[in-house]
Design a protein around this ligand. Structure first.
Ligand code: 4NP
Length: 154
């Protein structure tokens, strides 16, 4: 099982999602599941995660400093079984690159795992303060726990 976390810049939300998901995979002994992250935009390709994401992750015992931003590509539909996006704009950007319904079915708003059918967004924290990053962490932690338990139960 290969999981891809996607946001806009791949420096704030999806690197945190990747780090949290890696922690959950360890916690639940899901050794056959791999997780990566990407951004729909190329603005920050090659950069480390935003220092505010690094700090919040570190506060919760997760090291995301080794990650580097990359842009989502159509090849990702081949490599990944599930593509979790943060908001409706990520959803339309990724869906626009899909080749048919098998690709489209892989894409899901990550918070629909915790709030089914609500189509809620993980808010973009980039232009806000530290509280926004903690909020993102809490939302992603709930979602990743759900995802890990669902994989385990499958
Ligand atoms: P992310 O946050 O999508 O969670 O990584 C953003 C990062 C950068 C920008 C916007 C959102 N930006 O406009 O550069």
């Amino acid at each position: 099982m290969n999981i891809l976390m996607v946001c806009l810049g791949n420096i704030c939300r999806s690197p945190m999602a990747q780090g949290i998901m890696e922690q959950k995979l360890k916690k639940h002994d899901l050794n056959n599941t791999f997780v990566d992250s990407a951004g729909t935009a190329a603005y920050h390709v090659g950069e480390k995660p935003d220092p505010r994401s690094v700090d919040i992750a570190k506060k919760h015992g997760i090291d995301i400093t080794q990650q580097r931003a990359r842009q989502f590509t159509v090849e990702d539909f081949k490599k990944f079984d599930k593509i979790y996006v943060m908001d409706s704009s990520n959803l339309s950007d990724v869906s626009a690159l899909a080749d048919g319904k098998d690709d489209l079915q892989k894409v899901e708003l990550i918070l629909n795992t915790v709030f089914p059918g609500e189509d809620a967004a993980v808010p973009d924290p980039y232009y806000g303060g530290k509280d926004g990053f903690e909020n993102v962490y809490q939302l992603l932690d709930s979602a990743c726990e759900k995802i890990a338990v669902a994989i385990k139960d499958n």
